[in-house]
Design a binder for this molecule. Structure first.
Ligand code: ADP
Ligand code: MG
Length: 255
C-alpha cells in the first residue's frame, strides 16, 4: 500500500546518447505527482529510453550517456550519488511481455517484500492479498495462490506483474506498452486498474494505442526522433493538437 505521496516528475534538458546515436534530445517536461503521463510516438522515438532513465535501468547499457536533470520529488535521478537500489524500489516497472517469475502466484508478489526483509508469514500474506486486490486480480486467484504464475492467462500475468510492483510500495509506476500483448478484455481490465490507482502513484505509460492514451492519461507527450514535439493535457492534445506533426501522427498519416 502506498503511504508516501506520489512525487512530481520534472525533466530538464534531458538528452540520452547510445554511443554516437541520439535517443533523446533536450527533453523538458513536468507532471504533478499522481498524474498519468502517456508517451506516444513512432517506434524508435525514445519512449522506452525515457522510462529507462527514470529508474536508471539505462545504466545497464554501457554505451548510454545521459545529460540534463531529472527529479522525482526531491530525488535527483541522474546524480551519481543517488542510491539506485532505493530509486528502483520507488519506481516500479511493467513491460510489454508479462515477466512473471517461474514461481507460484504468491511467491511472485511476496518476492519484493521478502527481499526487503519481511519475514512474518502473516505480514507477507496480508501484503500479497492487498497487492492482488489493488491489481484487481484477487478475486480471480484467491484460491490459486500456490499455482505457478505461468498457469494464469496473459492478462492475469500482467496484473500479477503490477501486483508484484505494488507490493514494495512504489511511488512511481512505469508501464511500457503494458497491454500490447493482450486481448481487448484484458486490456480494458488493465486500463480500469490504472484509473483506479490514479492519484496514488505517478504514472508514465508508453502506449501505441492512441485511444488508450486518450482514455486513461491526464497529460500526453508526443515524441518523434528523440524530441518532445508537444505535451498537453490529454483532452487538448487529442481535440486540438498545436503542432502539425502531432496532428499528422494522431490522424494516422505516419506510424
Ligand atoms: N541499448 C541500446 N543501445 C543502442 N541503441 C539503443 C538502445 N536502446 C535503444 N536504442 C536506440 O535508441 C532509439 C530509441 O529507442 P527506444 O527508446 O527503444 O524507442 P521506442 O521505445 O520509442 O521505440 C532507437 O533508435 C533505438 O534503436
Ligand atoms: Mg519501446
Amino acid at each position: 500500500m502506498n503511504t508516501k505521496p506520489a512525487p512530481d516528475l520534472v525533466v530538464q534538458n534531458l538528452s540520452v546518447h547510445y554511443g554516437e546515436q541520439v535517443a533523446l534530445k533536450d527533453v523538458t517536461l513536468q507532471i504533478e505527482g499522481g498524474q498519468i503521463l502517456a508517451l506516444i510516438g513512432p517506434s524508435g522515438c525514445g519512449k522506452s529510453t525515457f522510462l529507462r532513465v527514470l529508474n536508471r535501468l539505462v545504466d545497464r547499457s554501457a554505451e548510454a550517456h545521459c545529460t540534463g536533470e531529472v527529479f522525482l520529488g526531491d530525488t535527483r535521478v541522474l546524480d551519481p550519488k543517488t542510491d539506485v537500489v532505493a530509486l528502483r524500489r520507488a519506481v516500479g516497472m511493467v513491460f510489454q511481455q508479462p515477466s512473471a517469475f517461474p514461481f507460484s502466484v504468491f511467491d511472485n508478489v511476496a518476492y519484493g517484500p521478502r527481499l526487503q526483509g519481511v519475514r512474518s508469514a502473516s505480514r507477507l500474506r496480508s501484503l500479497v492479498e492487498s497487492s492482488l486486490k489493488q491489481a484487481a486480480l484477487w478475486d480471480e486467484v484467491r484460491g490459486k495462490l500456490r499455482r505457478p504464475a505461468a498457469s494464469l492467462s496473459g492478462g492475469q500475468q500482467q496484473r500479477l506483474c503490477i501486483a508484484r510492483a505494488l507490493a514494495v510500495s512504489p511511488e512511481v509506476l512505469l508501464l511500457d506498452e503494458p497491454t500490447a500483448a493482450l486481448d481487448p478484455l484484458s486490456t480494458a481490465k488493465i486500463e480500469e486498474l490504472i484509473l483506479a490507482l490514479r492519484g496514488d502513484y505517478t504514472f508514465v505509460l508508453v502506449t501505441h494505442n492512441l485511444q488508450q492514451a486518450a482514455r486513461v492519461s491526464d497529460v500526453t507527450a508526443f515524441f518523434r526522433q528523440g524530441r518532445l514535439i508537444e505535451i498537453a493535457p490529454t483532452r487538448d492534445m487529442f481535440t486540438a493538437p498545436k503542432c502539425e506533426e502531432t496532428e499528422e501522427f494522431l490522424t494516422g498519416r505516419y506510424e
